[in-house]
Write a protein that binds this ligand. Sequence first.
Ligand code: PLP
Length: 503
Amino acid sequence: MDLAILLRRRSAMVEDPPEAIASDGSANVPLNRQLYEELRQAILSGRLLPQERIPSTRELAKSLGISRTTVTQSYEQLLSEGYLETIIGSGTFVCAQLPDDLLRSTPVNEAEKITRPPIKLSKYGSELAQIDVSLIREPNKTISFRYGRPAFDQFPIKLWRKLLSRHCRSNSNWLDYATDSLGYKHLREAIARYLSRSRAVECSPDQVLITNGTQQALYLVTRLLLDPGEAIALEDPGYLSARRIFLTQGAQLLPVAVDESGLVVKELANYSDQLLKLVYVTPSHQFPTGAILSLPRRLELLAWAQQTGALIIEDDYDSEYRYGDRPIPALQGLDRSDSVLYIGTFSKVLFPSLRIGYLVLPPSLVSLFSRAKWLSDRQLPLLEQQVLTDFIEAGHLERHLRKMRSHYDQCRQVLVQALNTHFGEQVTILGEKAGLHLMVRLHTSLSDEEIVERAARVGVGMMSAQPHYINPRCTGEFIFGYAELTKPQIQEGIHRLAQALMG
Ligand SMILES: Cc1ncc(COP(=O)(O)O)c(C=O)c1O
């Protein structure tokens, strides 16, 4: 093929003055670049074939009526990118194997696309593709009672920064791979001691796996202990993110009701014909109802696990915040049969983007989980683990917790009082004096959607409890997060809400 004719056909190069080769508005593009692009497209679309000889720079410059330097610059670029090759004594040729075949770095137009059969996903991939994993929509209003976050403005950021920079300056050992995928040894020791004094959890540091929050702990437990089709019992209503992990593993979900004493343990007997391997619970502050699993129920649950051989996943996500009464020890501390996998997190106590949580494992499972962690993401960043170790060991964590307990307790009281004042008989406040949110039942004929909409109109953000139910219901139940609001904001928010709902 005559290359000059080919190029002429595409962009009428010869008739136009050299600086305006293309008539498509690309006149600002240098001439050598235009020629390079034309040649490259000719090669990619197959108008110039692999191993086809192309004219010398002198021939092409002459037939296009442009300078030889311009052609040489274009050829050199194509040679360096692997579209052309020179064979000494023979000339310049289109390469047999083109870089775009390997890289596909530029968009191809529709006509050039090669259709391939649909990508076949794994069983896990297929389940995941079916399930909505998006965040629950959060209200973005002047006063938002969204839940799930601590009070960021109360976090001792200066102190954290000081600890961070001290570690950055004083050593560089946080740059390396960890020697151990269970997590930074001193942090595991600090967590084991902290859990023993604050939650009566009994464990050695060797049973503590540092995870990327509760989320990764739940993910690893599910991947390693549950096969598709196998059954897991869980609280209804319960934590949506946990449920989604179980669902994507293809697990069979067995909902168990929750009342004012937490999980109704005797309902587990309804599933005695199933091979129930796991049960997921939030005993210290049931999510979202706020019930605390009573001591008799804890003992009943442990006895059931011992009898059936099932394992209990204890998610202790905000147990640090109990106001007034002494906390009930964690299930793990009452367990005598290695039936509990205990999960904790720093997302509520410190901040969620830290992404540090922990999983306390029965000794027999430690090595397996450590392998899985190593294969999934190796380790968590060492610098943050070292800073957190200092934070705990120097007593800052417990100092911060004391301060925050008093702060959140006051916020909670203000919220309860405002709800009682403005709604009176029209509201039932659920749950115990604990946590960073509370659940309420509004006695009204309005739908949840209507309530949310009316609240939004007066600048108040509210979130229904509906998404946390396995069996969807029209609940009239709402979750009020109070950790991110000031006391006047809480009062104002409830006042506006009452006006919007009750006129
Ligand atoms: C029941 C429950 N567990 C755990 C968490 C924390 O998850 P993570 O540690 O992955 O941030 C939350 C967050 O809202 C939660 O509601």
